[in-house]
Design a protein around this ligand. Structure first.
Ligand SMILES: Nc1ncnc2c1ncn2[C@@H]1O[C@H](COP(=O)(O)OP(=O)(O)OP(=O)(O)O)[C@@H](O)[C@H]1O
Ligand SMILES: O=P(O)(O)OC[C@H]1O[C@H](OP(=O)(O)OP(=O)(O)O)[C@H](O)[C@@H]1O
Length: 327
């Protein structure tokens, strides 16, 4: 089972860090070697590829799975091809595909201003030239936004220089912190975000459907990814609580929905030195509810509250497994 990941660029390091955090780190004998293994998943081969090549490689069948920016996948996937998105948000590679116009265009602050300007350009006998690596997404967005008078210029990198160099009037490129745009005297405009993107996992559904051994390896891989991603939303919280019996402590905890956990508390006896009845109550809670949960535990008599990160939360079934073959 072949997994294609970025050989350089913005997703190179984060993809490897993500795989490590899932417990399926890549072992590469040499940075110049473009084929590698995942020791924790025998039978999986990792192929390092240029970001722009990963979607076509998965679609043509030289890779079974790929990690790519969702923006790149939406730009490059072919109508009716065998590929599909298995996990649409791997929680890294966040960025936005945005329009960037020269800072000096003080009157252009919105998409409507840009539409007016494109008409002025046409009256002067020329098109608004937009340089991008994403012609399909940009064209669709502009037409949907009522901007019809433009021409697209292709460039494969450092798009922010195109305006200063004079071969484009505006750009449509990926922005994360906005630094590259600012440093090149470009600005975003209101309504000018074409798409929000992040890294995603794609598969060749036909290849995986046709080979059960491959499918089995792909299932193991997405199971740990999904379990790990789910775990990022939760903490395990344990509090010592006094009570006559475990049922008594469970009752105190279950009175508050904030601390009743995914299913309910796990209660274990604490063998305290003072011989008083203490129990440890453990619940899994959403990270965003931590402050409320700690308050509630205190109100319910909880003390010595400890909070731990989780590495995996596996549900009874893995949703991403069904999407591997388009099911
Ligand atoms: N500054 C950034 N921060 C976060 N994610 C980014 C950033 N720039 C690009 N990305 C994401 O990373 C993906 C790869 O972008 P990048 O420009 O690094 O291409 P690449 O992997 O170098 O591809 P190629 O080598 O084929 O040009 C994009 O699809 C985008 O989703
Ligand atoms: O908003 P920022 O945080 O400044 O990030 C945006 C920059 O990151 C990407 O470039 P990358 O370094 O991947 O090189 P590229 O120009 O070859 O795509 C993107 O193309 C922008 O140039």
């Amino acid at each position: 089972m072949r997994l294609a990941i970025s050989s350089d660029g913005a997703l190179f390091e984060p993809t490897q860090a993500f795989l490590r955090s899932c417990g399926i780190g890549v072992s590469r004998s040499n940075p110049r070697r473009y084929i590698a293994d995942i020791p924790a998943l025998p039978g999986v081969t990792v192929m390092f590829q240029r970001g722009a090549d990963i979607t076509p490689k998965v679609e043509e069948g030289s890779a079974d799975l790929g990690v790519v920016g969702l923006d790149r996948y939406l730009e490059m996937s072919s109508e009716g091809a065998d590929s599909g998105v298995v996990i649409d948000d791997l929680d890294f590679g966040r960025c936005e595909l945005v329009l960037g116009v020269p800072d000096s265009w003080v009157d252009v602050v919105s998409l409507a201003d840009l539409a007016d300007l494109s008409m002025e350009f046409r009256q002067q006998g020329r098109d608004l030239r937009i340089v991008t690596k994403y012609p399909r997404l940009v064209e669709r967005f502009l037409l949907r936004s009522g901007i019809n008078l433009f021409s697209l210029v292709h460039s494969s990198g450092t798009l922010e220089a195109a305006v200063a160099m004079g071969f484009a009037d505006i750009i449509a490129d990926v922005s994360e912190s906005g630094t590259t745009m600012r440093e090149n005297r470009l600005k975003t405009i209101s309504g000018g975000t074409i798409i929000s993107s992040q890294a995603c996992l794609i598969s060749n559904q036909r290849l995986l459907s046709a080979d059960s051994a491959k499918l089995d390896r792909a299932k193991r891989l997405v199971d740990v990814m999904e379990g790990h991603l789910r775990s990022r939303s939760y903490y395990s919280v344990t509090a010592n609580m006094r009570g006559e019996t475990p049922e008594d402590v469970a009752r105190q905890v279950l009175e508050h929905t904030e601390i009743s956990g995914l299913r309910g508390p796990t209660i274990a006896k604490v063998y305290s030195q003072d011989g008083v009845g203490w129990y440890a109550a453990t619940v899994i809670i959403r990270k965003r509810n931590l402050a409320d949960a700690v308050d509630r535990l205190r109100q319910a008599g909880g003390t010595s509250v400890t909070v731990s990160d989780l590495n995996y939360v596996f549900n009874s079934n893995c949703e991403a497994q069904d999407r591997l073959t388009g099911g």
